[in-house]
Design a protein around this ligand. Structure first.
Ligand SMILES: [Zn+2]
Length: 505
């Protein structure tokens, strides 16, 4: 018995030492202590959430080309200067300017809808009846769809649809019958036989709910929002409604960029809330008298001056080599641009602050950038890359955070630096950020690819399940961001910057 005890003790000591030896490789004591300090500082004394609150509540939406965006840039510059980084500056960028205008009217007339409401002795039952007919394949729609009851009530009361112009749409006024389609193939076959002529087309393809990565699902149907007007106008359509690209069934339309082509007639285009898209589709088939009034007074104004905002800590050993990281400062004009992409900007600012406040002396220059005009032009990212070429800058790594302020899961990493990152796999796993995917990038850092072949790209990957609930909608407000989740994201970004600064020469 005694011998067995000693044997166990020896075994335990052996295991303990082996663990210590292993830990001394990558994710060594030094690294794990620093990771702990980064996360502690962010979670206990973080600044990301408070600064995001100021940005959202004092400035709010920051559509590029708007006065609010300019006010925001002044706020950001002053805020970053207050932290005494080695350098804080702005880069002039000319940006497009588009205004939503004051009129957004989507009024429907439907005798079938009238009758459904009137014929029902019990109004609630009537509403349930409509929901079951509008969602024939989803018997539980009435319960699953948040706000569905109020949606139907709202439509029935005002017959006004929750919809909004897409960014870049022209203004216009039409009243016409609606035709709903679910795919480009269906659109083309109906268009070729003249079925779209003189109509308002509803592009109603939903996000693929079975896809675990919601960005892939978004990618699978966002083309109808971007190309809707160009697809429908050649077939004689008068206007386009697009089902909001969102996983959530609710009352909020989700805007986003749309585009026109020079040789194709421009027609107005708007997004409609997911909760009513199927109702419209239902009525378009079941009510021969169903029509929609559609009126927008959007304006395209001349380009105006704006700016990227840049803050940096100079490198100790290789000051000419830059690790750049950031998000986009502009947002859509709905909501407050909290997740998209106030969160990404605050991740980047906070990562720079965390490293500074912990006394970390980086080998390379660490540069945080708030890019302007990602949403409707990408002029900020493009100008940043152009200037980096003019100034002969050497970016060794570019990291983008533009997927919201949700729980961090990991990173997309270019294969050229993948081995360096994988050495830290265990430590990253300990913080729940060990999901390392091959291949990194992002919209704003993308243009750097054209000016420097040696830059390695990294994308910050938070959990994607709830991002498209609020993306580009009036619900993307400060309250939709969780404090801890934002702080974990900022620390995760700082940890990745630390790894790359340590590993690369
Ligand atoms: Zn974004």
């Amino acid at each position: 018995m005694k011998n067995l005890k000693s044997l166990c003790l020896v075994f335990i000591l052996f295991i303990g030492n082996a663990g210590a030896l292993l830990a001394q490789n990558y994710g060594s004591n030094k690294d794990s202590i620093f990771f702990k300090q980064l996360f502690d500082e962010s979670l206990l004394k973080g600044h990301s959430y408070a600064r995001l609150g100021e940005l959202c509540k004092q400035i709010g939406a920051r559509l590029s080309g708007s006065d609010a965006a300019e006010k925001g840039i002044q706020w950001a510059t002053k805020m970053l200067k207050s932290y005494q980084f080695d350098q804080v500056d702005t880069q002039l960028v000319m940006v497009p300017s588009w205004e939503r205008g004051n009129i957004e009217k989507f009024q429907m007339k439907s005798p079938v809808f009238d009758r459904m409401l009137k014929n029902s002795a019990d109004r609630e039952n009537g509403i349930k009846h409509i929901s079951s007919m509008a969602f024939p394949n989803s018997p539980n729609a009435y319960y699953e769809c948040e706000n569905y009851l109020s949606t139907i009530k709202k439509i029935s009361k005002y017959y006004a649809l929750p919809a909004c112009a897409l960014g870049g749409s022209i203004g216009g006024k039409v009243e016409a019958k609606v035709i709903a389609v679910n795919s480009k193939t269906q659109l083309d076959s109906l268009g070729k036989i003249g079925q779209l002529k003189g109509k308002i087309v509803l592009l109603n393809r939903p996000m693929e709910e079975s896809m675990l990565n919601t960005f892939n699902a978004y990618g699978g149907c966002v083309n109808q929002r971007v190309n809707g007007a160009v697809w429908c106008a050649p077939y004689g359509a008068l206007a386009v409604l697009v089902r909001s690209v969102s996983n959530k069934c609710d009352l909020h339309p989700h805007t986003g960029v749309t585009h026109y082509e020079d040789k194709i007639t421009k027609i107005p285009i708007a997004a409609v809330a997911t909760a009513v898209a199927d109702v419209i589709a239902y009525l378009s088939i079941n009510d021969p008298s169903f029509t929609l009034q559609f009126e927008l007074d959007c304006k395209i104004l001349p380009d105006r001056e704006s700016a990227n905002v840049v803050a940096e800590t100079k490198g100790n050993q290789f000051p000419e080599k830059i690790i750049v990281f950031g998000g986009h400062f502009d947002s859509w004009d709905q909501g407050e641009g909290a997740h998209d992409d106030g969160a990404g900007c605050m991740h980047a600012f906070e990562a720079l602050r965390l490293l500074k406040v912990l006394g970390y002396k980086p080998k390379h220059t660490l540069r945080c950038v708030f890019w302007i005009n990602e949403e409707n032009g990408l002029r900020g990212g493009t100008e940043y890359a152009r200037l980096s070429k003019v100034n002969n800058e050497n970016h060794i790594v570019a990291i983008e955070s533009d997927r919201g302020g949700f729980v961090p899961r990991g990173f997309g990493v270019d294969s050229s630096i993948l081995p360096n990152v994988l050495k830290f796999q265990k430590l990253l796993n300990d913080y729940g950020i060990g999901k390392i995917e091959k291949g990194g990038g992002g919209a704003d850092i993308g243009p750097l690819k054209t000016v420097n072949n040696n830059t390695a790209f990294v994308s910050f990957i938070p959990d994607s399940q709830r991002y498209f609930d609020v993306h580009h909608a009036e619900t993307d407000v400060f309250e939709s961001v969780n404090k801890r989740e934002l702080e974990l994201g900022a620390a995760a970004l700082a940890a990745m910057i630390y790894i790359l600064d340590q590993e690369l020469n």
